[in-house]
Design a protein around this ligand. Structure first.
Ligand code: GTP
Ligand code: MG
Length: 337
């Protein structure tokens, strides 16, 4: 959208509050923010007033070199995006929540556990030991998101950030052939954009690059498989814990912001580690500590059962009851019995 064209449109629409939210503002529309600063922000992955409104002062200060200025432009961005509104009523919030969309997992039991599927505007984390089915679920969701809404999808593309090199397009083809024999697998593969992340910096860079394509490519699902492994490998031991967690925190918040700003679903996987200090009860816990625990909206723990059975349990959710369901992995992907 060109500047002049967007200005005219904004002026015409200013009276209608509901439409204002839909307007595509640009960074240059923010008071006190010129082209040079906008460029600096874009280089760090902040592309829109909505991005800036949700950014931290520290992050913006790093990009533009002044904390004072960062505070002021963030505040101006918030004024533009939220029209200065700090509070909304619970009813307004409820109406916002009703706009959250869901992607079916393609498995009734898991959908039931998640009350309909994977939500947009949230991070859903699948935790579990090796072979628990985390990567299989990611493959399947990359297919499901592409289906029309009445078939459980969002008619959008998937972005797959692979940190372990375990994404297999041929597995996607197999799932499609078994589930949707009348559809062409190639067209589904075209709608999954894939990036292999080689280290944690690369992983964060990919996310920034991805932002530029979300709207133009209609990406509705972002997968990170797995979220923490590079961070753990690169910052071993207690002495590196603080810088690691700080960096991981920034990554998780980037994901959360992406989910909220672009109304898309983020799915991450996470390993379990053995806690050395637990003598009673379950010594296993998810990697990534509090940063991941607090950053992810929904956490699902997957366990291997007997005879190929998989058990999924919601362990941390603001609204779901803590309970378990059973699913299986087959040629058709994640399935019910
Ligand atoms: P890590 O990445 O190692 O931590 O594990 P993960 O949780 O990502 O495991 P993943 O999703 O890769 O699941 C692997 C399991 O899926 C294995 O136990 C395989 O037996 C099973 N699996 C994969 N493909 C098929 C298939 O085509 N048919 C069947 N029946 N099982 C499959
Ligand atoms: Mg895996």
């Amino acid at each position: 959208m060109t500047q002049s064209k967007s200005r005219v449109k904004k002026k015409d629409l200013l009276e209608d509050e509901s439409i204002i939210e839909e307007i595509d503002y640009e960074l240059e529309d923010i008071e006190g923010l010129g082209r040079v600063t906008a460029e600096k922000l874009r280089r760090t992955g902040i592309f829109s007033p909505r991005d800036l409104a949700a950014a931290s002062v520290q992050e913006v200060a790093e990009a533009i070199g002044s904390e004072e200025r960062a505070k002021s432009i963030i505040s101006n961005a918030q004024k533009l995006v939220m029209r200065g509104k700090l509070f909304i009523t619970a009813k307004e919030y409820y109406e916002q929540r009703l706009r959250v969309k869901r992607i079916s997992t393609g498995c009734n039991a898991l959908d039931e556990l998640l009350e309909g599927g994977i939500e947009t505007q949230a991070i859903t984390e699948f935790i579990g030991e090796f072979g628990a089915g985390k990567t299989q679920i990611c493959h399947q969701l990359s297919v499901m998101v592409q289906l029309p809404e009445d078939e459980g999808g969002l008619e959008g593309k998937a972005a797959y950030i692979d940190t372990e090199g375990t994404f297999r397009p041929e597995r996607v083809v197999q799932i499609i052939k078994h589930r949707f024999p009348d559809k062409t697998p190639e067209s589904f593969l075209d709608n999954i954009i894939y990036a292999r992340a080689y280290n944690s910096d690369h992983q964060m860079l990919i996310l920034n690059e991805l932002k530029k394509r979300i709207e133009s490519e209609n990406i509705k699902l972002v997968v990170v498989d797995s979220l923490v492994s590079h961070f753990r490998a690169e910052y071993p031991g207690r002495e590196n814990l603080a810088p690691r967690q700080q960096k991981l925190n920034r990554h998780v918040h980037q994901l959360l912001r992406m989910a909220a700003v672009y109304d898309l679903a983020v799915v991450v996987t996470n390993q379990v580690i053995a806690a050395p200090d637990v003598f009673f009860g379950n010594p296993l816990r998810p990697a990534g500590g509090n940063v991941v625990a607090h950053g992810c909206t929904y956490r699902i723990w997957l366990k291997k059962g007997k005879e190929g059975k998989r058990i999924a349990r919601i362990i941390d959710s603001p609204k779901h009851a803590e309970r378990e369901v059973v699913f299986y992995i087959s040629e058709a992907g994640i399935v019910d019995l």
